[in-house]
Design a protein around this ligand. Sequence first.
Ligand code: NAD
Ligand code: ZN
Length: 348
Amino acid sequence: MKNKMKAIVKKRPGRGLQIEEVPVPEIGINDVLIKIHKTAICGTDVHIYKWNDWAKKTIHPPIIAGHEFAGSVADMGSNVHDLKIGDIVSGEGHIVCGRCRNCLAGRRHLCKDTSGIGVNRDGCFAEYVSIPITNIWHANPEIPMDILSIFDPFGNAVHSALSFKTLGEDILITGAGPIGLLATAVVKHSGARYIVVTDTNPYRLKLARKMGATITLKTGGKKTLKDVQKELKMKEGFDIGLEMSGSGKALNEMIDNMCHGGRLALLGILPSGLAINWQKVIFNMLTLKGIYGREMYETWYMMESMLQTGLNIKPVITHYFHYTEFKKAFEVMISGKCGKVILNWIDR
Ligand code: NAD
Ligand code: ZN
């Protein structure tokens, strides 16, 4: 096997990323080397690309970016016994410590020492990536590679959407970015009655309708969520809210439109000092649940299971590029006129 590979690297602080030739990662006895077929671009990668304040604080160059991928097993350490070369895999990008109270109890998504590929250690925007066997998702080979490459954000959507019972419920999703769009399809599949999706971006609201939204609302206009509730003849407000925009304004609108006893999953990264109407939370007895990443590995199990029972998430993928055209791909992401954007690593 060759010992050099191409990778998309943040070489030094500042805007942009570049293609570099770097060593193929070494594997320890518990690791798996994956040949990358497809990767997807996340908002986090865009932060790293733009070098915003979060990236300046968090990222220590040089580092290979990327954490959403699908590929095949290229090599494995001597402790790995249940994989074959060529097996189709994706992987959980959160690497946990295995030793803290939550890890020991099997609640690995709650690990206090999580480190992320493409953020705290080298990522998957490369011809190969190495991750521990405990992070491998040994996928059903019938799942198309492009779908498998978005299991990370699909998992964010599933983790949020399945935090509460959805069957027969009325659901408000604020933010029709890739994760809000995926969540729309998931709650539709899992039996929601009405699904209302808000965004400021008409391109994405159109996609939301394709993914199964009952009604979409462009926020900031004349029509409000109260009007939408009337249109649907809803009487008491939304049962479930999925906050997927990171906008404080959106969260406050959500709180104003929930039924008593409503349940909210907060995935969008809201500003730390955000003021919300606490009295509504208290007197309306709302439940707020923060969501980070995916449950290991119940979320992964549910993703495959829903795909097998007919969930179609394909419309969320709107663009494909060869990895050498990554700059174009990032520009599309920055424009907001996209769903998920995929980079191909093995064919043009
Ligand atoms: P995204 O930025 O592509 O989508 C956010 C969407 O919200 C955009 O389409 C934007 O137009 C819309 N929006 C902005 N203001 C709004 C408002 N007032 N009302 C309604 N919509 C509004 O992001 P994404 O990749 O879909 O991720 C969604 C959110 O989740 C982001 O905040 C992201 O940082 C966060 N995230 C969290 C986790 C986690 O583990 N908690 C993981 C991944 C992403
Ligand atoms: Zn831990």
